[in-house]
Every structure is written in C-alpha cells, then in structure tokens.
Design a binder for this molecule. Structure first.
Ligand SMILES: Nc1ncnc2c1ncn2[C@@H]1O[C@H](COP(=O)(O)OP(=O)(O)OP(=O)(O)O)[C@@H](O)[C@H]1O
Ligand SMILES: [Mg+2]
Length: 492
C-alpha cells in the first residue's frame, strides 16, 4: 500500500488529505489485523462445528433434523440484510475515525501555531465534535449488529423449541427413545451455538470488508503521471539544455484558473537564469512542471530534445537538484538529510556539498556535528541553516540543473551572503534556474526572465530590463526597495 501511495502523482494528495490517508492506513489495517487474528479463527471453528453437528443430527434422527434445517433460511435473511448495513456503517465508522486521527495529527504537528493563537479551546471542541461523530456512527453500527444477533438467536431457539415439542411427542408415542432425543438435543444446541457465533463474527467480517474496500480504493488509485512504455535514454549527460515551449497549466483542483499561460523559455548549458515576478505569478509552479510533478494541459518541456513524458521519471529527477521555497527536512540526523538523494555518498562528497552550501561551519559548531538528530520536519535548525542544508542536499548528487526556489522569508545578511557565494561557486558547473526575491541574486544571473500572471513578460539583464520593461522596473522598485536605492543611487 505504501509502495503504491509513495509513487502516486503529487496532485492526488491535494484532493485526498495525506493525514487522513495516513490514519486510514493505521486504523483500517488494525481492524483487518483484529478480524483476521481472531474473528476468522472463530468463524472457521464454528463452521466445522456446524457441519459436524448437522451430520450427527441426521445420523441420529433424520425427521427432526429436517425440521431444524428448515429454520436456516430464516437465519440467513437477517444475516444478509443486517450484514449489508453493518458493512456500510462500518465504512463510515472508519471514515469518522480517520477524521479524528487526522485532526489530532495536524494540531499536534503545528502545536506552536495552535498555542500562539490561543486556539486550544477551539481545537478541543472541534476534536470532541469529531470523536462524538465517530461514536455516534459506532453506536449505530453496534445497534445493527445487536439486531442481527438477536434475530438469529430468536429463530434458532424457536427452532429448537419446536424440535423439542415434536421430539417429545415422538418419545411419548414410542417412535424414538429418550436417549436418542437427548443426544439429538445436545447436537442441536451445538449447531445452534455455532450458527449464533457465525452470525456474530459475520458482522465483524463485514466490517473488515468495509475497511478493505477503502484500502483497495487507495491501492487502485491510478497514477496520473504514467511512465513511458518505451523510455528514451537520457543517461547523465555532461550538460543539458532545457526548452519550454508554449506551456499552459491549470491545477487539477482549480481547473478554471490558468496558472501558466503560454510560457516559453530556454536554459542553455551552464547558464544561470533568474526567474522573478510577483507572488502568485506561477514561478514555483513552473518548477513543479520542470520536475514533472504535473503534466501540462498544453505545450511541452524538452530536456536535451527529449519530451519529459518520454523519459523515466527517476532518470529525469536524477538530473535535477531542487531546493524548495520552504526547505523541508526529515526526522533523522543531519547526515541522513544531506545524503537524501544519494544514499551512497562518500565522505568526500558530503564535505564537498557542505562546503558548496557554506554549511560546514555551522555543522561543525553543533555538538554532534553531522550526527545531530533532527525532530520531525527538521525541528532543531534555524531557517537559514535549514536552507543551506537543503542546498547541500540538492548538490550532493551533482545535478546538471539546479532549481533553487529562494526563500521569501528574510534570511539574515550573513546567511544570505553565504547562499550568494554558494551560487557563485556553482555558476558554470551546472545550469541554474533560480526564483529570485533578492536583487543580489538577480544581479548574479546571466539572464532574467520576468513572469507575471503566468506569462513571460520580459527577458534580459537587470539594466536592460530596468530601462526597457516598465513592469520589471515597477516590480523591482517595490520588491528590491531596500537594495535598489543604494545600487542605482548614482544613476538617478
Ligand atoms: N496546489 C495548488 N492547487 C491549486 N492552485 C495552486 C496550487 N499551488 C499554487 N496554486 C496557485 O497557483 C498560482 C501560482 O502559484 P505559485 O506557487 O507558482 O506562485 P509563485 O510565483 O511561486 O509565488 P511566490 O513568489 O509567492 O512563491 C497561485 O495563484 C496559487 O494560488
Ligand atoms: Mg513560490
């Protein structure tokens, strides 16, 4: 299941809550575990008892046995009717339980935000509401099950009473011996007991079926990014050229908004291109498409003349180093996080990547160095340190194209200059496409592409754009306000 989910296209987790899926995996599989561990063995044992009992009944007294067996259709009817209801309710019962789990998970993960906004009471009542929902559904499910067991027991005991009466008449009339009747009653109770037990575990099995349904649904969710049947070989070329042609894209969850609209651009080998534009222009989205997290609705992206969908995803991503806007790290040691994209990285490669990312110094200053353990989501490092570690992680596999989504949050002047130096060291070694929020980064680039409202509205160097592109000038004046004035002070 996990193997399937981890390979799905990222868009899947926008329409299906990851925390909910996570708790489904645990609650549903726990249910399966209980049912298979106990209910199935009870069912098996009682099925055997039932058949053995029925055989003995017939051997003892065929006429009375037929009487008992006639009640079986009366037993099967409630089992089917209520079984179906239990199954449906069981599914919503597991759904509501998963909601409880996902709510708790999110609140606890971001507990600082919860507490900073004094949101605890609201969280508590929301949580209580969800628990209450789950409880109500569970009560309904158990009620259906109680009806099922009650009806089955009633029918079975009524059959035994009838059988006792008929059998008693036979004994009085001398047709059967009292011993034979006693033996018959013993077997009849055995059969009745097993039918009762089966009907009880049957509703458990229905619950398991409800849980399985949902697991199977997850398991069968198709991946929207199919791997090519005959992948083109891209290998690890020394240099790559990226050509984006008339790219248009809308997010599947918001099909009416064009985030990218006819974007065309080109990145030559070893070139450093800065991508600038207002918030929401589609810059990070372009990065997503370059890594093929989504397929565009129109247009194409070619790497060394190969269309992205014709190359294996792993081969494509192998060429790309990615530094996300918000540097996500994982629980584990610094080393684990650093070698994330290249598990067999040598010590030399590790220290080289740390040097390039200007992270050597702060890592050495930590008491445990590279073995420092980080909490979930990389708790335990400052924003600037995370950013530099994320750069190191991107560089360790020696990418041919570096995608750097500059953090919008203000890094202090020193971290910023570290990152600037990193980029300087990398220039020429690989192609770099950087989403720049700072003039200092923009200035380093060979070329600047201005993106606005999902369209490319200008290209050129900073000075060219300042004089030729009204939008860029206005944007730069706002975005780089603090940096621009001293830099262009003499021009004015
Ligand atoms: N997963 C998503 N589903 C739907 N819409 C999205 C999704 N991610 C982003 N968007 C929308 O797409 C547009 C472009 O977002 P994008 O993240 O590419 O902006 P950006 O240029 O990187 O902005 P910023 O500089 O603030 O990071 C925004 O209007 C945003 O609301
Ligand atoms: Mg962004």
């Amino acid at each position: 299941m996990f193997d399937h989910l981890i390979h799905l296209h990222p868009g899947y987790f926008e329409t299906n809550q990851p925390t909910e899926i996570q708790s489904r995996i645990t609650t549903d599989t726990t249910l399966l575990q209980t049912v298979i561990g106990s209910s199935v063995s009870i069912a098996l044992r009682n099925v055997l008892l039932f058949f053995g009992g029925v055989v003995l009944l017939f051997i003892t007294n065929a006429k009375l046995s037929l009487l008992v067996l006639m009640s079986i259709p009366l037993v099967v009817a409630p089992v089917i009717i209520f079984g179906r209801r239990v199954r449906k309710l069981s599914r919503s019962s597991q759904d509501t339980l998963a909601e409880v789990g996902s709510y708790a998970g999110e609140s606890l993960r971001y507990v600082k935000i919860v507490q900073a906004f004094n949101h605890e009471p609201a969280d508590v009542s929301e949580f209580a509401q969800r628990v209450e929902n789950a409880f109500a559904v569970a009560v309904r499910r158990i009620r259906q099950r109680a009806w099922l067991v009650a009806l089955v027991m009633l029918v079975v005991l009524a059959a035994i009473a009838t059988m006792l009466w008929v059998g008693g008449q036979d004994v009085i009339g001398g047709a059967t011996s009292p011993g034979e009747l006693a033996a018959f009653i013993f077997y009849a109770f055995m059969v009745a007991g097993s039918v009762g037990a089966i009907s009880e575990v049957y509703s458990d099995l229905q619950r398991a079926a409800g849980a399985t349904e949902r697991l199977v649904e997850l398991l069968q969710a198709p991946c929207a990014l199919p791997e090519p049947a005959q992948p083109m070989h891209i290998g690890v070329p020394d240099e790559i050229t990226v050509v984006v042609d008339q790219l248009s894209f809308t997010y599947p969850s918001r099909p009416d908004t064009r985030v990218l609209d006819g974007v065309s651009l080109r990145i030559d080998p070893g070139e450093m291109v800065a991508l600038v534009g207002p918030s929401g222009a589609g810059k990070s989205t372009l990065f997503d498409l370059l890594q093929r997290f989504y397929d565009p609705q129109a247009g194409s992206i070619k790497v060394n003349d190969l269309d992205l969908p014709t190359v294996r995803l792993a081969d494509l991503r192998n060429l790309i180093g990615f530094v996300p806007q918000d540097p996500v790290l994982f629980a584990g040691t610094l080393r684990d996080n650093l070698i994330y994209g290249k598990l067999d990285a040598s010590d030399d490669a590790i220290s080289h990547a740390l040097d390039l990312a200007h992270a050597t110094e702060f890592v050495a200053a930590l008491p445990d160095g590279l073995n420092t353990v980080l909490g979930e989501s990389g708790v335990g490092l400052s924003g600037g340190q995370k950013q530099r570690l994320a750069i190191g992680r991107a560089l360790i596999s020696d990418p041919r194209l570096l995608l750097l989504d500059e953090a919008t949050s203000a890094l202090d002047a020193r971290s910023e200059s570290y990152i600037r130096e990193s980029i300087n060291d990398l220039k020429g070694q690989c192609s770099i496409l950087v989403i720049a929020h700072r003039l200092s980064t923009v200035r380093q680039a060979d070329r600047i592409i201005v993106l606005d409202g999902g369209r490319v509205v200008g290209q050129g160097s900073h000075n060219e754009l300042m004089s030729s592109n009204v939008l860029y000038r206005r944007f730069a004046e706002i975005q780089f306000a603090g940096e621009l004035i001293p830099a262009t002070g003499t021009d004015r």
